[in-house]
Every structure is written in C-alpha cells, then in structure tokens.
Design a protein around this ligand. Structure first.
Ligand code: IMP
Ligand code: MG
Length: 176
C-alpha cells in the first residue's frame, strides 16, 4: 500500500519564497564570492533552485551528516561526507532542508565554524520550532511549519518522495 501524502506547501509558494530569499541574499552578498554548502541529501533540490537565482559568485560544496532513522531521530550524528575544500576566510552560506530538533544543523554549524570562515549564514527551507532541542536558529527560514512529518522537494521518508515538486504531509501506512 502507498503512503498518504497531502499537499501542504505548493510548488508555486515554494518558488515565490525562494525568489524572496534570493533577493535577500543578493543584497547581503552583492559583489562578493560566496561558498554555498549544500547539506545532502535533503537540501539538494532547494539548493539547486536557490543558487540559480543568485547573482554573486558562488562556489559549491557539499556535506552530509545524518542522525535519522525513519521518522524518529536517534540523536546520534555521523559525518558521512566532509568538506573537501577549505572554506577558511570565505563567506559561507550553509543550506539545509529542515530545522527540526536542530541537532544536525548545530553539528554542521560547529563543524563549518571550526574551519574559520569569514562569516557563516544559515539558510533553511523549513523550520519546525516546536521540536527544537539544540541551540541554533536559521538566519533565513523559508517557511515555519507545525510538528508534522513532511516530504517532497528534496525531503524524504525512507529515501522516497524527494522528487515531489511540492511539500506534503505524510501519513505512512503500517504495512510495508
Ligand atoms: P534535526 O537534527 O532533528 O534538526 O533533523 C534534521 C534532519 O532530519 C533533516 O535534515 C531531515 O533530513 C530530517 N527531518 C526532520 N524532519 C523531517 C521531516 O518532517 N521530513 C523529512 N525529513 C525530516
Ligand atoms: Mg537531511
């Protein structure tokens, strides 16, 4: 049986919000070079759409840390894919799909901060403040959402549904 997914944020709303975020970033980093770090896997769709609206010089990097099993956070983080280039002295934007307990972004923030960037901004597509445990907040958040498990536009449930062009709330079926 397939999981039930109800559209929550439309493709158009996402698109419009990304344009607003890009305007903000273009103002912030006008004429500068910026290293954009995409956190894999969830932020790949958001990052791809966002960077194509930036009009300053962008260098791309990717990192991956994970703590997730199904819909439950285990709390334990593992670095799967570290930065493979120096960001020392760089303007850095760290892009994440969703800020939930905040453990992942706090871990990645500390990891990048240790590399001595000139400055570090956190941009997340979604913010679920109700579940925050770690002390971290985004400089820019696309949408603040209630405590629901969402999929689509890069976000997954057991690696599925990342391809959906909208963000939906999922009710997983019991059977697999
Ligand atoms: P945190 O460490 O609890 O903030 O979790 C962040 C990570 O958990 C995100 O990068 C996502 O991969 C995953 N995550 C948290 N909430 C959701 C959700 O509603 N849908 C899909 N993935 C989620
Ligand atoms: Mg993720």
């Amino acid at each position: 049986m397939s999981d039930k997914i109800t559209e929550f944020i439309s493709e158009e709303k996402i698109k419009n919000r990304i344009s607003e975020i890009a305007v903000q970033l273009n103002e912030m980093f006008k004429g500068q070079t910026v290293t954009v770090i995409c956190t894999l896997k969830g932020a790949f769709v958001f990052t791809a759409d966002l960077i194509r609206q930036l009009d300053f010089d962008v260098r791309m990097e990717f990192v991956s840390a994970t703590s997730y099993r199904g819909t439950e956070s285990t709390g334990k983080l593992v670095m799967r894919y570290p930065l493979d280039n120096s960001v020392e002295g760089d303007n850095v934007i760290l892009v994440e799909d969703i800020l939930d307990t905040g453990r992942t972004l706090k871990y990645l923030y500390d990891y990048v901060k240790e590399k001595n960037p000139k400055n570090l901004k956190l941009v997340v597509l979604l913010d679920k403040p109700d579940r925050r445990v770690a002390e971290i907040q985004a400089d820019i958040a696309g949408f603040t959402i209630p405590d629901k498990f969402v999929v689509g536009y890069g976000l997954d449930y057991e690696q599925k549904y990342r391809y959906l062009p909208y963000i939906g709330v999922i009710e997983p079926t019991e059977e697999k």
